[in-house]
Structure formats: structure tokens, C-alpha cells
Design a protein around this ligand. Structure first.
Ligand SMILES: C[S@@+](CC[C@H](N)C(=O)[O-])C[C@H]1O[C@@H](n2cnc3c(N)ncnc32)[C@H](O)[C@@H]1O
Length: 246
């Protein structure tokens, strides 16, 4: 797994919150967090979710290996209520357990091999309280959503507080043999400077996630197909396991 500049380069990390609105996954997880005493946000990124729930949840830990993302997280309003940990979700062991463990924003897809996906599921299991719950999302491979991440279909404009209007777009390719999708993200400022990163994602099947979750000692209680609670289905965009320790 290479270091992704999208998250590990401060010049690119500064665009994350501007390019990614608060989304349904975060609202769903916010509901799940209600009444929890402790929440672990794995791959917390710029910390929007962790800082938001830390208003009501007593102990919130946000973990991410990308320092520029954590720097944004630490400095956001409410960031002081969260414990930020610079760590890889494959190997992190905090020696603590939580009422809820979440991976939002398709973090699960940055784990490119079966072994890495098993490792992160074991990390979830190692940090769950006996009655704790976990949830994460992975895009349904059957929908090949990545085919739309082309320059023509992804053109957008971003209002940056210092750089003004920034043109943004993606490009994409899929390695047919491994199934790994590599997408590029471009941000071009009005003076013609372009910031650019290439990111890899895997699209695991529900069957594989189920097998690995069991191997990691987890039980999936519900499989959702979107963040509005629809059951997982071939035609829906998401694979969302909600579960607990086995
Ligand atoms: C698409 S962002 C999602 C951020 C956040 N969860 C959200 O919903 O806005 C993916 C995040 O996964 C993080 N990530 C990449 N590799 C990771 C790893 N090995 N362990 C934990 N997080 C990782 C990246 O640094 C990045 O912050």
C-alpha cells in the first residue's frame, strides 16, 4: 500500500472538507453513537465526525496514519474534545475497548488485499466492548460506480477560502486482474497551478467481507445497502455491515 498524497500531503489534504460534504454515512453513525460512552473512529481523516459526536459522547478517539489530515482534525472547532492517534488501522492496538467502532467515507476500501482487510477487521474486534457495535461501508462492486469518475462526469468547482475558485475533476482506471481501481484527483487554481494525487481502492464483495468478519471474530447482525436502512441488495450502492463481537 503506497502513501496516498491525497491525505499525506498538506497541499491536498486542505481540499478534503471543501470537496466532501457532510454525508448520510456520518448522519447514520451519529445516530448509532447516541447513548454511547465511547466511540473509535478508524481512518478519521480530518475529524469531522469525531469532533461532531464528541459534543455528547464522553470518550472519542480518532485514528488515522495521515498527519496532514490529523493536523486539520486537531485544529477544527471541538477537536480538543477528541483524542487523536496517528496509527495504521491494520496494526493499531490501543489497549482499550469502545461501545462503537466506525469507519466512514469508504475507508475500508483503502485496504487493498484480503490480508489487509482481515487485519483491519481484527483491529475492530480488538477494540470492541462486549456489547459494542461496529459499522463501515464499502461500495458495491456490482455497480462499477468508479466508471463515472471520469474527467467529463466529475468536473466541479470548489470555493477555497484563500485560493478562490478551484476547478476539480477525477480520472480513473481499473486493473482488471486485481480489480483495484486507481483514481486521480486534480485541483487546478485560477493561476494554473495543479495539485494532483493518485489513490487506490479495492471493491470487496459482500461474501468476502462476511467470511473475513467471521474469521476476525465478528458477527454481522444487519447488512444494509444504503445509509437510509435499506437491506443490502445487488442493486444498491453500498455494502454496510453492522455488527458486534462473535
Ligand atoms: C476517504 S477518507 C475518509 C475520512 C473520514 N473517515 C471521513 O468520512 O471523512 C479515507 C481516510 O482513510 C485513511 N487511511 C488510509 N490508510 C489507512 C490505514 N492504513 N489506517 C487507517 N486509516 C487509513 C486516510 O488517511 C484518509 O484519512
Amino acid at each position: 500500500m503506497r502513501d496516498d498524497r491525497l491525505y499525506n500531503d498538506a497541499d491536498l489534504a486542505q481540499f478534503y472538507d471543501l470537496d466532501n460534504d457532510w454525508s448520510d454515512d456520518l448522519s447514520f453513525c451519529r445516530q448509532l453513537a447516541q447513548g454511547c460512552g465511547s466511540v473509535l473512529d478508524l481512518g478519521c481523516g480530518t475529524g469531522r465526525f469525531a469532533a461532531d459526536i464528541a459534543v455528547t459522547v464522553e470518550r472519542v478517539v480518532g485514528a488515522d496514519p495521515a498527519r496532514p489530515m490529523l493536523d486539520i482534525a486537531r485544529n477544527r472547532p471541538g477537536g480538543e474534545r477528541v483524542q487523536w492517534v496517528e496509527a495504521d488501522a491494520k496494526t493499531m492496538r490501543l489497549g482499550a475497548v469502545f461501545d462503537l467502532v466506525v469507519l466512514t467515507g469508504h475507508v475500508f476500501q483503502v485496504f487493498l488485499t484480503r490480508a489487509d482487510r482481515l487485519a483491519v477487521l481484527k483491529t475492530i474486534a480488538a477494540h470492541l466492548a462486549p456489547e459494542g457495535r461496529f459499522v463501515f461501508d464499502s461500495r458495491n462492486p456490482a455497480l462499477t460506480e468508479w466508471r463515472e469518475w471520469t474527467p467529463a462526469l466529475s468536473q466541479r468547482e470548489i470555493d477555497h477560502p484563500r485560493l478562490g475558485t478551484v476547478a476539480s475533476w477525477n480520472d480513473v482506471r481499473c486493473d482488471e486482474r486485481s480489480g483495484i481501481v486507481t483514481y486521480e484527483t486534480f485541483y487546478r487554481t485560477a493561476d494554473g497551478h495543479t495539485f494532483q494525487a493518485a489513490s487506490d481502492l479495492a471493491f470487496a464483495s459482500r461474501a468476502e467481507i462476511a467470511e473475513l468478519a467471521e474469521e476476525a471474530g465478528l458477527v454481522v447482525e444487519r447488512w444494509l445497502g444504503d445509509w437510509h436502512g435499506a437491506p443490502c441488495d445487488e442493486g444498491l450502492s453500498e455494502i454496510i455491515p453492522v455488527g458486534r463481537l462473535g
